[in-house]
Design a protein around this ligand. Structure first.
Ligand SMILES: [Fe+2]
Ligand SMILES: [Fe+2]
Length: 243
């Protein structure tokens, strides 16, 4: 953990965009929910675990910026517990259907398994949602690492919220990636992603985007100077290697 980072405080990474993450030393990675504020819209991205100690951190960080009942949307990039398990706890506090959930149809199937009751708006590859002053472009990322997985791109800030893609295991975690983080990306992607063709398919989809920052759900935030290196790291990586 970087000395200057208070793990209990939300960190603004762009005007109106906050990192709400926490390190999970047992898992060997950080978990990175984000909050996007734009006018009356407050979008929570992959809020995460329902474990007391994890959720307490995220809740405290959200409430350091806005009350929970101001959340208007939760974007769920896929259905893993480290992205969505706390949503029923949010529903208990602010009520079912007091916000909108946005995800793919394959992911939506599993959300009730967690006890999530809020209605879901499903998006498909290439859909764009207007959220306040910005447009969010949704991009499906099949098999990385779930058939219904997606990512999204903030067209205003040119930020790719990439979920597990570009995530990293990291012992010496830093909020912002340096060149050593490329090795962390390899450690994460090799076991999680099943085949190179899915990785190449995804890289082709994002190749046309002008990406100023990548915000993954694990690991470190990648700034513009490392974006191409990060893409090439995945492009050249052998994945699906567990036997
Ligand atoms: Fe995942
Ligand atoms: Fe994850």
């Amino acid at each position: 953990m970087e000395d200057m980072i208070d793990p209990e405080k939300a960190i603004q990474i762009r005007e109106g965009i906050y990192w709400l993450g926490w390190p999970d030393e047992d898992a060997g990675f950080s978990n990175n929910p984000y909050l996007i504020l734009d006018g009356d819209e407050a979008v929570l991205v992959d809020p995460g675990s329902r474990l007391d100690e994890h959720w307490a951190w995220v809740k405290k960080k959200i409430e350091s910026i806005i009350p929970l009942d101001k959340i208007t949307m939760i974007i769920v990039n896929h259905q893993d517990p480290d992205l969505v398990a706390c949503i029923p706890l949010i529903e208990e506090i602010v009520g079912v259907n007091s916000f909108e959930i946005v995800t793919t149809d394959r992911t939506a199937i599993f959300l009730p398994y967690y006890g999530i009751k809020t209605e879901v708006t499903t998006v498909e590859d290439g859909d764009i949602l207007q959220v306040g002053s910005r447009q969010l472009l949704f991009i499906t990322s099949p098999y990385l690492h779930f058939p219904g997985a997606m990512v999204f791109y903030d067209m205003k800030e040119k930020i790719l919220f990439s979920s597990d893609i570009f995530g990293g295991f990291s012992v010496d975690w830093k909020l912002y990636a340096d060149k050593y983080y490329l090795e962390s990306i390899k450690l994460f992607a090799q076991p999680y992603f099943p085949a190179k063709r899915h990785v190449l398919n995804f890289l082709e989809k994002i190749d046309k985007l002008d990406i100023d920052m990548i915000c993954p759900q694990h690991g470190s935030i990648i700034q513009r100077d490392l974006v191409e290196d990060a893409k090439n790291t995945l492009r050249n990586l052998e994945v699906g290697i567990w036997k």
